[in-house]
Design a protein around this ligand. Structure first.
Ligand code: NDP
Ligand code: 2IT
Length: 450
């Protein structure tokens, strides 16, 4: 039995049998580090794989809060502190009804390697709750955030575990989480990032993931003597990552023509109206169907009308495609449609948005594939700038943050490409990213002893 089979067997026997998202993320890493394992037996000798597939701590807690009708509500809360070999645990918090230990374990596992790829000294974690922010009043959101922090505050710390944003958790939620921590501990510790600017948040953190995604794509294309200028691009999602990716695509002279949310998708062949999109999603927190009501030339397709469960946005011919909503949102049907329409590059803004079958199709057809661990790492990298400015009681200007983000994304690309060259991987950026991240974490584990 080889190390991959052995590790998968071990992972399945020590986790819930249904942890399919975690097993998917794990298997991809295990397969792609094969060249590293073959050249450096020390990683197997130090039993790094057996050690790295167990989270250091899995915290589960109950959140009780009162809704606007004074009825008691109960939600599940979690934090997976997966690995802190490189630095304090760092990773976002997700509020979505689908949140469960499997989803958070996959996200925390991915975060270990993503954080390592940035070259910064942070470990990997993820947390969240099955709380659904949709339809809740401002007061209910605040009450829930306060109860979440109350249930869990003694497990975080600015040099222990630093939280951040993710699906359903933006500046508003982060502000309430931070405010409650301050009350409970009487400190102003930087235990969470993506804070509002008024609380010490970083200029440019809100836009960092989306902008970073496009900077990474542009660097990659420049190395192929290509550019995004004038190119049709398709995007899924219409949250923090998607909207800022669309914004940066316009700045690069590209034409983003789609977006989607949990209920449906928009195709606007003249280019997405960014101001209208921001108004609908950021201000009104409403459904995208209103976009088509206000923009008569745009078409709106409801989720129930998608073909074979494949988002309508992937049927639109494009040069580059950017899945920016959620995990496993781009399946083999979508991949085939994109390939038939001659897509040139796929860059992941969301975490693990592409199914393994879809990835296989892109690889077989030589489509350039920019994996999430590299392409969306700009968000967490700017989170570290936020931690750094908080801890030094200083701040970085918007221009400084943008310049640092550009450098970080271009260095990530260079480091991955160097790894690809070293292991003779051509443009297999998935393996390059996994080897680079794994090696940095494994070396730190070995250096610390057992
Ligand atoms: P937001 O909550 O701001 O937006 C999420 C978007 O995706 C919304 O348009 C939402 O639709 C849609 N969506 C969420 N879940 C589903 C689903 N199950 N099916 C279809 N659509 C869905 O989150 P972010 O933009 O911050 O995050 C998007 C992705 O990017 C996630 O995978 C996240 O982990 C990843 N990411 C985020 C980072 C960040 O800094 N925020 C950093 C790196 C990665 P609706 O509007 O209807 O809710
Ligand atoms: O997936 C991610 O990298 C994030 N959600 C951002 C994490 C962070 O701590 O800023």
């Amino acid at each position: 039995m080889d190390y991959i089979e052995q590790a998968m067997k071990l992972a399945i026997s020590t986790n819930c049998q249904d942890d399919r998202n975690f097993f998917q993320a794990l298997k991809e890493v295990l397969i792609s580090i094969k060249p590293l394992m073959e050249q450096h037996p020390k990683y197997l000798n130090h039993r790094i794989i057996q050690r790295i597939i167990y989270p250091n701590r899995e915290i589960r807690f109950k959140i009780e809060w009162l809704n606007d009708n004074n009825q008691t509500q109960v939600n599940n809360g979690y934090r997976i502190q997966f690995n802190n070999a490189l630095g304090p645990y760092k990773g976002g918090v997700r509020f979505h009804p689908s949140v469960n230990p499997d989803i958070l374990k996959f996200l925390a596992f991915e975060q270990i390697f993503k954080n390592a790829i940035t070259g910064l000294h942070i470990g990997g974690a993820k947390g969240g709750s099955d709380f659904d922010p949709k339809g809740k009043s401002e007061k209910e959101i605040m009450k829930f955030c306060q109860a979440f922090m109350t249930a869990f505050y003694n497990s975080v710390g600015s040099d222990i575990d630093i939280l951040g944003g993710d699906i359903g958790v933006g500046e508003r939620e982060v502000g309430y989480l931070f405010g409650q921590y301050k009350i409970l501990t009487n400190t102003y510790d930087s235990i969470i990032t993506s804070k509002p600017i008024s609380l010490g948040g970083s200029q440019g953190r809100a836009s960092a993931t989306g902008y970073g995604l496009i900077y990474f794509t542009q660097t990659l294309l420049e190395n192929q003597d290509e550019t995004l200028k004038g190119k049709i691009c398709t995007i899924s999602g219409s949250g923090n990552v998607a909207i800022h990716a669309i914004e940066k695509l316009y700045e690069m002279g590209a034409v983003p023509v789609t977006c989607s949310d949990s209920r449906g998708a928009i195709h606007d062949s003249n280019g997405i109206d960014l101001e209208l999109l921001k108004k609908i999603k950021f201000e009104r927190r409403a459904s995208l169907e209103y976009y088509a009501v206000e923009r008569k030339n745009a078409s709106y397709v409801k989720k129930e009308q998608y073909n074979n469960n494949s988002n309508y946005v992937w049927e639109i011919p494009c040069f580059a495609a950017f899945p920016c909503a959620t995990q496993n949102e781009l399946n083999a049907v979508a991949a085939q449609a994109l390939i038939n329409n001659d897509v040139q590059i796929l860059a992941e803004g969301a975490n693990m948005p592409t199914t393994p079958e879809a990835i296989d199709l892109f690889v077989q057809n030589n489509i350039i594939f920019a994996p999430a661990k590299a392409a969306n790492a700009g968000g967490v990298a700017v989170s570290v700038l936020e931690m750094s400015q908080n801890n030094s009681l200083n701040y970085f200007s918007a221009e400084e943050v943008d310049q640092k983000l550009r450098n970080i994304m271009s260095n990530i690309y260079k480091d991955i490409k160097t790894t690809c060259d070293e292991y003779d991987l051509g443009m297999d950026l998935i393996s390059g990213a996994n080897i680079l991240g794994f090696k940095r974490v494994a070396d730190a584990m070995i250096a610390q002893g057992v």
